[in-house]
Design a protein around this ligand. Sequence first.
Ligand SMILES: CC(C)(COP(=O)(O)OP(=O)(O)OC[C@H]1O[C@@H](n2cnc3c(N)ncnc32)[C@H](O)[C@@H]1OP(=O)(O)O)[C@@H](O)C(=O)NCCC(=O)NCCS
Length: 223
Amino acid sequence: MLRVVLPDAVAVEEAFADPPEAQLYPEEAALVRDAVDKRRREFTTVRHCARRALGTLGLPPGPVLPDRYGAPRWPARVVGSLTHCHGYRAAALAHGTAVTMLGIDAEPHGPLPEGVLEAIALPAERAWTRSAPAGTHWDRLLFSAKESVYKAWYPHTGQRLRFGDAELRFDPDRGTFTARLLAPPPARPPGRPPLPRTLDGRWLTGKGLVVTAVMMAPTAWVY
Ligand SMILES: CC(C)(COP(=O)(O)OP(=O)(O)OC[C@H]1O[C@@H](n2cnc3c(N)ncnc32)[C@H](O)[C@@H]1OP(=O)(O)O)[C@@H](O)C(=O)NCCC(=O)NCCS
């Protein structure tokens, strides 16, 4: 799923079940000691995926610990993102020289629970979900795409976007979307390039899932 969506420069590891060989480092295990079994399993498997992806990048395995807002912390000069939902876990990692921002998300491909669309969508996005081609749960895709925007943007900028802070537009034929950022950007340290005002993403449905990815790279995406 996400392997298809992301370019070759990104190491993507996916799991559709929880492999028995997946293990946690003690400092990771401490974070989920009191968690329910479902949380412990997704947490463990997605870290197993992350360590495999690190290996693909030529980097040694190590614990994947969260920052204070939950974002996974990676070795220096690595960008990456994690996602898990029922029946699917994925890690996507890349060298910082190849990719500047990366966010991934997976959701079950079904309608959002009652009332959620109203809470997450801007008026133009709501209108789109009503008029878009049948066969795709556009409300769920919109939700997932916004999560990917958040996961790409926050680690790079330190800014936590709210659902109304980005307006999304989808291209149903190309499987792409664009997020226009509406929130004022955070101040940049001297010498750092200005932040983009749009982010590009790709999406795919299949196997009962919808997956989305947002990526910014110094050069065009190459597949
Ligand atoms: C944190 C959040 C993005 C997680 O998304 P989700 O669909 O609930 O869950 P997923 O399984 O897909 O992703 C969970 C993973 O996201 C990652 N994550 C958590 N917080 C993160 C953050 N601040 N930045 C980047 N990644 C983050 C973690 O790796 C987490 O897995 P882990 O806890 O096992 O390490 C979501 O719960 C959230 O709080 N969203 C904030 C609001 C938002 O999305 N706004 C949209 C702006 S346009």
